[in-house]
Write a protein that binds this ligand. Structure first.
Ligand SMILES: Cc1cc2nc3c(=O)[nH]c(=O)nc-3n(C[C@H](O)[C@H](O)[C@H](O)COP(=O)(O)O)c2cc1C
Length: 361
């Protein structure tokens, strides 16, 4: 194992991948943390850094370590020192960055891990060590309960959803708005773009539709994605702003002739007397844009259609983002991230850092 981790595996990886062998690091958890420390300390110059989570740090004095050493190395003797980080570090200081993370509630901390002994030995020999005691965490790997950037996760989920073969509109979302007298309203729209760096969703609609008027009066919304097959739900809430006209023009120009005419013909959300009235409007628009009545039934565009001023793009900026993953026995994982958004010019916000909070399912 020692030769495999310290020599054979790095040689193989470095022979097939463009890796800079000068910047090697090694890390491990618990028994693996012991291995990482020992390998780094026994091979000066081979690693720039070693990091260990809850490592077994002074095995010659711990019950687990003594049992394992007796079995692998025989009776206690100087050969044990070669596998004990707290003994090896006496040869220090080395040109090596050492980082250790330990949970303050780790049940093995005092009897088995003895991380503090290692840190004391480092201090005695002048070896620099960066030691982080994580309040309340146990022997698990994680001292953070939630990833720092939820946008990267949502981006990944959208990509996974796009691969679903049995879901025709994988990027459709339910968009909820607030109507008159604070009444709730909701409908499905299509996500046309997700900016995973700034964190906004883009959709298109009629600015004079019910949702358009509601957003003009109260520019806040929530968008909900649900991917049943993946057991995932994402909820994005925040301010909604119209995008500059040029962005809407570009997208409108890329749409089919029928969709373009429909954007002119439909006074979205207004009452219609009959289907015949809607078709008459489409005939009228086909003629207005250089075709014949009935041409709207064909996909081929006889002429260019300009964007109606009442139709365009919105950005829903994530002020909060909740990611939900289906769990066993209805113990679903829910993490809610929130951040501040400072206005920064037309259609823009300057987002602050995310704060994460786990929620009960
Ligand atoms: C799968 C699907 C995708 C839709 N995408 C959009 C869309 O991107 N934009 C839009 O205005 N309406 C879209 N609609 C229609 C809306 O759900 C809704 O009927 C229409 O926008 C009027 O809503 P409102 O009266 O609340 O404004 C979509 C409907 C479905 C079922």
């Amino acid at each position: 194992m020692y030769d495999y981790v310290s020599k054979e595996l790095p040689e193989l990886v470095e022979s097939v991948l463009p890796i800079d062998p000068v910047r090697r690091g090694i890390c491990g958890h618990s028994m693996g943390g012991h291995g990482a420390l020992v390998i780094a300390l026994r091979n000066p110059g081979r690693y720039q850094s070693v990091s260990a989570f809850a490592p077994i740090s002074n095995p010659s004095t711990s019950p687990w370590g003594r049992a394992a050493f007796s079995e692998y190395l025989g009776k206690e003797g100087p050969q044990w020192d070669q596998y004990d980080a707290s003994k090896l570090v006496r040869e220090a200081p080395l040109d090596l960055e050492i980082r250790i993370d330990l949970g303050s509630a780790d049940p093995f901390r005092e009897q088995q891990l003895k991380v503090e002994q290692f840190v004391a030995a480092c201090r005695e020999s002048g070896q620099a060590v960066s030691f982080h005691l994580r309040g309340g965490y146990d022997h698990g790997y994680f001292f953070r309960d939630a990833p720092a950037d939820p946008l990267a996760i949502l981006k990944q989920w959208l990509a996974r959803a796009a691969e679903l073969t049995d879901r025709p509109n994988p990027h459709s979302l339910v968009l909820s708005t607030t109507g008159a007298q604070g009444r709730a309203d909701a409908r499905v729209v299509l996500l046309k773009h997700f900016d995973h760096e700034l964190g906004y969703l883009v959709f298109y609609t009629n600015y004079l539709s019910a949702k358009g008027r509601q957003l003009a009066a109260r520019p806040e919304a929530c968008g909900v994605f649900h991917w049943d097959r993946l057991g995932l739900q994402a909820r994005v809430c925040g301010p909604v702003l119209m995008s500059p006209g040029a962005e809407s023009d570009r997208y409108f120009a890329s749409r089919g002739w029928q969709s373009q005419l429909a954007a002119w013909a439909s006074d979205q959300s207004k009452p219609a007397s009959s289907r015949a009235q809607l078709e008459a409007r489409m005939n009228e628009m086909a003629v207005r844009f250089g075709g014949n009545p009935g041409d709207w039934r064909k996909a081929a565009p006889p002429k260019t259609v300009t964007r109606p001023p009442h139709w365009g793009r919105y950005r829903l900026w994530a002020r909060t983002l909740e990611l939900w993953t289906q769990g066993q026995a209805r113990l679903h994982d829910r993490i809610l991230w929130s951040r501040d958004l400072k206005p920064a010019g037309e259609g823009q916000f300057r987002p602050g850092a995310w704060r994460a909070q786990r929620l009960q399912p």
